[in-house]
Design a protein around this ligand. Sequence first.
Ligand code: SAH
Length: 253
Amino acid sequence: MSEKYGKVYLAGSGPGDPDLLTVKARRLIDEADVVIYDQLPGEAILSLIPEKTEKIDAGKYSGNHTLTQDKINEAIIEKAKEGKTVLRLKGGDPYVFGRGGEEAEELVKVGIEFEVVPGITSAVAAPAYAGIPVTHRNSNSMVTFITGHEDPTKEETGLDWELLAKFDGTLVIFMGVKMLERNCGELLKYGMDPKTPVALVEKGTRPDQRVTIGKLENIAALAEERNVKAPAITIIGNVVNLHDILGEQHSNY
Ligand code: SAH
């Protein structure tokens, strides 16, 4: 490993409320020479990056998806090779549906030292702010995280919906607002109870958080009616009923 290479920190920003940054991520925001960020952490967190720090918006590398990720990897590696301390800041936790694992693999390949800084994933924090514990002894004692967003042009979904429809735990679906109707349809097709409670949490932990509660049979229509937009997370299971008891929590940063 070359002495002159800088170190890369692959860090999660949490779900958006700056108070939910880890102490380590907060310190790295102040100390890094370069911050390579996605839009997902949100303005409140991105505005904490000091003036003097070099900032690279990874989201600007849009277009072809694969190329995008390649370009991001290139930027991270280039800056580390310049001897800079690089903070790669991603929403939520870097290793939960954020391609953080792939970025880390690239760093290993080229021999650049890196450290992962876990963040609070939106899969847990967004439901929590919406008054929904993802597990509860009386209803769901298992939880699974799945990605709902897949290429709509693909015929096969790649996910075993039959297995998921029978899963006796909470399902937390990332992304996939656009695929909600298809995904709920798959669960219904394989026999999941149409009355299963479902929550959609949009912009969880942020001041403009919005919660939509429904059932498996009508949540897609409700989402359409209320014009639900990304970032939003879907929670399916009886734990959703706790929303009425525990109540919603709001940030006003
Ligand atoms: N690594 C991230 C997830 C990245 S995938 C994490 O651990 O949270 C992006 C998806 O995460 C979004 O499409 C959405 O489903 C979810 N997400 C991220 N932040 C969110 C938030 N504040 N509220 C609701 N969903 C969020």
